[in-house]
Design a protein around this ligand. Structure first.
Ligand SMILES: *Cc1c(COP(=O)(O)O)cnc(C)c1O
Length: 358
């Protein structure tokens, strides 16, 4: 069998959840597990994060899957209902629905639900993705307070720059200008905001990336925030080539050896979710040492320099990311973020996942 696999560390997931609890001790935690648990496998991460107060997912099927696996927490559909039948099932199954647009309110109103529904009412405070504009929001909320088909309302918004110098005040002030008129619970903080802004912790926090042990803030390693990588992507060396000075490696001859080199071929490529944009010099870890990729990443394979790692041999294990090489280091080299790389693993549907502890 091809040696590539992703190990999902339940202990690290628990550890990261405990870190969130320490940071936001008074808030309930809505663990964001969309995109198949950021690539780690929805049910795997739900087990690791079973102490959280809720799970946020994208689709109805994911919420049903969690319920069927015995998770009794609040389950939130992050984009709400796309179609009417979803709202009616969500109400029956006691899922919480985001409501971000008028058409979603109209769907709910028309259904004449016999199970009143819990909604997270989303306000667009500047990200301009989902949500009601603040003035409209205030008016609609006044009318919603008395509706019998609504059991509870949580006010919610999402920050665009919690990880950047611009910060959150420009959005948070707008949010508070609406929220102060109501006595609803409130949910605004993503991972970056949980780390950077205590004032945003409120009734709920919504951590995503930090639970998986990757950094929400570019240029700052996850370890600085007391987080441990939950995924180790590893494979093995399947071939070795001894090349001479001036020889090239891989497609396009983009890498040319400056000296004689020992090159290892590793079973992992861009069809698995490893970024094709990773340039020569992207870190990997083999036989207790950090080294680098060389040449262009192929569909199913990539090349690494083992010239100075004599112990490296056929079947040596290679960590592509995990504890020794952070996913964020690979992402930074490749011009993307850890989020994308983690999600790509499960999107590829080629990588067996194993659960580990410790
Ligand atoms: C994905 C998402 C989060 C989590 O964001 P992270 O940056 O991964 O912590 C929180 N809230 C909403 C609405 C999201 O879509």
């Amino acid at each position: 069998m091809r040696p590539l696999k992703a190990l999902i560390n339940q202990t690290a997931l628990r550890y990261n959840l405990a870190t969130v609890k320490q940071l936001a001790p008074k808030s309930k935690i809505m663990a964001v597990v969309k995109a198949n648990g950021y690539g780690h496998g929805l049910i795997n991460v739900a087990h690791g994060l079973s102490e959280s107060d809720g799970f946020a997912v994208l689709s109805l099927n994911e919420a049903i899957d969690l319920r069927e696996h015995g998770f009794e927490q609040d389950l939130l559909l992050l984009e709400g209902a796309f179609e009417a039948y979803e709202a009616s099932i969500a109400a029956k199954m006691h899922f919480n629905l985001v409501v971000h647009s008028l058409y979603q309110l109209q769907i709910i109103e028309k259904l004449k639900l016999d199970h009143p529904i819990d909604i997270h009412f989303k306000i667009n405070t500047g990200m301009n993705r989902l949500g009601f504009n603040p003035i409209e929001a205030k008016e609609i909320l006044k009318t919603l307070q008395s509706k019998s088909y609504i059991k509870s309302i949580t006010l919610m918004t999402h920050f665009a720059t919690a990880d950047e110098a611009k910060g959150i005040d420009w959005q948070f002030n707008t949010f508070n200008d609406v929220a102060k008129h109501f006595n609803f619970s409130r949910s605004v903080a993503n991972s970056a905001s949980i780390i950077n802004y205590k004032s945003t912790h409120l009734d709920w926090v919504r951590p995503g990336i930090m639970l998986y042990g990757a950094s929400p803030i570019e240029g700052q390693a996850s370890g600085l925030f007391n987080l441990k990588p939950a995924m180790q992507l590893k494979s093995k060396i399947i071939a070795i080539q001894n090349i001479s000075k001036e020889d090239s490696v891989g497609y396009g001859e983009v890498f040319k050896a400056k000296n004689d080199m020992r090159i290892a071929i590793v079973a992992c490529g861009y069809a698995d979710g490893y970024p094709r944009h990773a340039p020569s010099g992207t870190p990997v870890y083999v036989e207790g040492k950090k080294t680098v990729t060389v040449g262009r990443v192929s569909m199913d394979m990539l090349y690494i320099d083992i010239t100075n790692i004599p112990k490296a041999a056929i079947a040596s294990e290679v960590e592509l990311w995990g504890e020794h090489v952070l996913v964020d280091e690979v992402a930074e080299k490749s011009g993307t973020v850890g989020y994308e790389l983690l999600c790509a693993i499960s999107a590829s549907k080629r990588i067996p996942i194993e659960i580990v502890y410790g």
